[in-house]
Design a protein around this ligand. Sequence first.
Ligand code: TXA
Ligand code: MG
Length: 323
Amino acid sequence: MSTGSPRVLPAESGIAEAAAVLRAGGLVAFPTETVYGLGANALDARAAARIFEAKARPSFDPLISHLADAADLPGLVGAVPPAVAALVERFWPGPLTLIVDRPAAIPPIVTSGLDTMAVRVPDEPSARALIAAAGVPVAAPSANRFGQLSPTRAEHVVAGLGAAVDVVLDGGPTRCGIESTIVDARGERPVVLRLGALPVEALIEAAGPVEVRQGSSGQPVAPGTLAAHYAPRTPLRLGPAAEGDGGRRGFLAFREPPARGDWAAVEVLSPEGDLTVAAARLFDALHRLDATGVTEIVAEPVPEVGVGRAINDRLRRAAATWH
Ligand code: TXA
Ligand code: MG
């Protein structure tokens, strides 16, 4: 963890200054509708290298490039395959990252040497205004240290990255709370490389049958899919609560607190049982449980439907870190 603090500016009024930092090769953390991103000029290999350094991110883990507008895609990558263009048309701006061929303008460090590139247009006005003001595509992974909990608030970014980032734009808590869904739609049938905020059901409705092919470990297709990832510092176990649980443990519940046990801390994601609300609160609740000093977090899986699939995916990977 680095010492010192970055400059924290309000998301709207800080855009011009943050865009200048991006153009000068600096790092800007900014809110998207999913999580906070750690941005750098995607056309500048040295700026992109600073992202890997700040996150302690392995160089084999490629970055997502962000555009201000869907209309900017052909200008960057040339011809867009029809199936990809159809998803762009339907879901951008939004929490869908698409795989395209890497254009020559994007240095290989951004894509970790792959000849493909991940790209999306975030559905967050201040993020799009920032990218437009910078006038370049912005490479941005989640603004956390590699493998740790994703940031859904500016405070999470400051606590996790400190002065390794030059400017943090604070736009409050992010709306979706979980990363974008990553899809490779270049082949015959779309392949989901990472479950995320755009539910698989919505993709199927738009594009027909899809294949979910998340990497496990060793050879990740999309490294948010490393078996162990998104981990709190506190050991996490998948629920339900077992006999004798409680004590100095914390519980992460979907709808209601556990019936039994005397827990040191309890977080309820959505009393009304709304998976979208639960996703929005997931990482924030885990950050809070982590800060309480509990000895273990017991997390209850949510219904395996819609964005619930992505929530359970994150919980499983967090749990896998401790086994
Ligand atoms: O919601 C999001 O996607 C957030 C916000 C900031 O946009 N970003 C994010 O980035 O989650 P990150 O770095 O935490 O995850 C990016 C994922 C990684 O798992 C990476 O491997 C995958 O995208 N990826 C990037 N380029 C790829 C490529 N060419 N092929 C397959 N996967 C790729
Ligand atoms: Mg990440």
